[in-house]
Design a protein around this ligand. Structure first.
Ligand SMILES: [Zn+2]
Length: 476
């Protein structure tokens, strides 16, 4: 009955709730631009005020080394006992810069409704998603006691790589303790394709420097007697893949989880095929590890990529030089259960084994972020899947994303909880680009979906100290 009341509340108040989202959007909280630091703080204040108005037990703006974190926690049940499981809602209230401004059809921070869309910076990524989570909570609250317990972690530095987030979570483990995290920052593949993202790849990024002679040499005077570091680098890189497209680094695949048949069938449902990828990438033909589909290769298999190369003379015309140095930027996308530090050790071993003693080498790590993978049979995922099925009338798609978002891995490592990753943004929302937009019908369905999600979790009995399964699908 409460479920119905909550849905009714959203229906009745949709307009005024949408205006709240517009209010938040008007704050230009661009985290990367120093002149907007005050606005970033204002967005944090705005969210804290919103949570206070929702009568949370705790709302705090907590300092980090950079933009603050908005933390909150809902009240426990009337009896003082926690009701249902505790869900941590993650979000980021910062946005991307707006340039090139001339390509916008209006002020990026003055939300504009046109047809089914709301145009503005942050509408889709991700103020609209934060508000979807809060509005669905508000709807449930209007119907009676909250069905589950909520905590909130809203950061203001996601668009600049969340430099303070790991430390923040590490220092606030108890405050953030929960049964699962809802992260609505990943989207859907289409308005009729509700999507749950259960895995994201990690990243290990390096700069490889080779040094030969102490300075650039005349290739006529020294060529043939001195080993060219550019040649050494090319040979090294050529040896990093085998003819089957696999990464030829010993141990690289040791921790990679195998794809099960059932999962492969699930991934095959995704509306992403060879033709689409070939066209989107603008290539003659796709390439990759033998034995896997392109979707599997992008989401479920690790890679090693050359991101950049630099050596010798690259200007106009010819210059007969034997370069002193050669440099490559190399990065690996990782899948569970690979570890960035371990991949670094494996690459170092390859270099020790394969770099000839005519040159010296140095491998500098530039970035590292572990992969994350949640169980698809967890109660959290099941509850969300059932919720989407109710609203959309079909099973959601289960997707693995090839990119890297570290929050899920941080929460798994530091709090031991899985994240349910979803969201109601669409691939053509122009996130990070001019004329960012939010598809309002999808947003509304998303809110209905989250309302069902909260009640489904409550009905599952998860988090109930008297029994029930833990949200990670294991018996407590
Ligand atoms: Zn985002």
């Amino acid at each position: 009955m409460e479920r119905k009341k909550a849905l009714q509340y959203f229906n009745d108040n949709r307009e005024s709730l949408l205006e709240k989202l517009e209010e938040l959007i008007r704050i230009p909280s661009i985290s990367t631009e120093a002149q907007h630091r005050g606005d970033v703080g204002r967005a944090a204040e705005w969210l804290a005020d919103y949570l206070r108005a929702l009568d949370m037990e705790t709302v705090e703006i907590l300092a980090t080394g950079g933009a603050p974190v908005v933390y909150g926690c809902s009240k426990s049940g009337a009896s003082g006992q926690a009701v249902g499981p505790t869900v941590l809602i993650y979000g980021h209230y910062d946005v991307q810069p707006v340039d090139p401004l001339e390509e916008w059809e209006g002020d990026p921070f003055e939300p504009r409704r046109q047809g089914d869309h709301l145009y503005a910076r942050g509408a889709s990524d991700m103020k609209g998603q934060i508000m979807a989570a809060l509005i669905s909570l508000q709807a449930a609250q209007s119907a009676g006691d909250l069905p589950i317990r909520f905590k909130f972690l809203f950061e203001g530095e996601e668009e600049i790589g969340s430099p303070n987030l790991y430390r923040f979570i590490e220092e606030h483990r108890e405050l953030l303790a929960c049964d699962l995290c809802l992260n609505p920052d990943t989207g859907m593949l289409g308005p009729e394709l509700p999507t749950i993202t259960y895995a994201l790849r990690g990243l290990a990024y390096f700069e490889l420097r080779l040094r030969g002679p102490s300075q650039d040499l005349h290739s006529g005077s020294f060529g043939g007697a001195v080993h060219n570091p550019a040649q050494v680098l090319c040979e090294l890189i050529a040896g990093l893949h085998d003819p089957d497209g696999r990464v030829a680094v010993p141990g690289f695949y040791d921790r990679v989880r195998d794809l099960e048949e059932e999962e492969r069938r699930e991934l095959a449902r995704l509306p992403v095929d060879e033709v689409f990828l070939t066209k989107t990438a603008g290539v003659k033909k796709l390439w990759g590890e033998r034995g896997y589909t392109p979707v599997e290769r992008i989401g479920a298999r690790p890679t090693l990529e050359v991101n950049g190369l630099l050596s010798g003379f690259t200007g106009e015309g010819s210059k007969t030089v034997l370069p002193a140095t050669a440099m490559a930027k190399l990065s690996c996308r990782l899948v569970a259960d690979q570890k960035p530090e371990e991949v670094k050790r494996q690459l170092e071993q390859v270099l020790r084994d394969r770099v000839p003693d005519t040159v010296s080498w140095e491998l500098i790590p530039l970035a590292g972020s572990p992969p994350v993978q949640s169980r698809r049979d967890s109660l959290g995922v099941s509850a969300l899947s059932a919720a989407f099925e109710r609203v959309w009338g079909k099973r959601p798609l289960f997707r693995r994303e090839g990119g890297t978002v570290p929050i899920g891995a941080y929460l798994q490592e530091l709090l031991g909880v899985d994240s349910v990753q979803t969201g109601f943004s669409l691939p053509d929302d122009n996130a990070h680009s001019p004329n960012e937009k939010l598809h309002l019908p999808t947003w509304s369905r998303g809110i209905e979906g989250l309302i069902h999600f909260y009640y489904n979790l409550s009905d599952s009995g998860a988090g109930d100290p008297q029994g029930g399964r833990s949200l990670n699908g294991e018996d407590k």
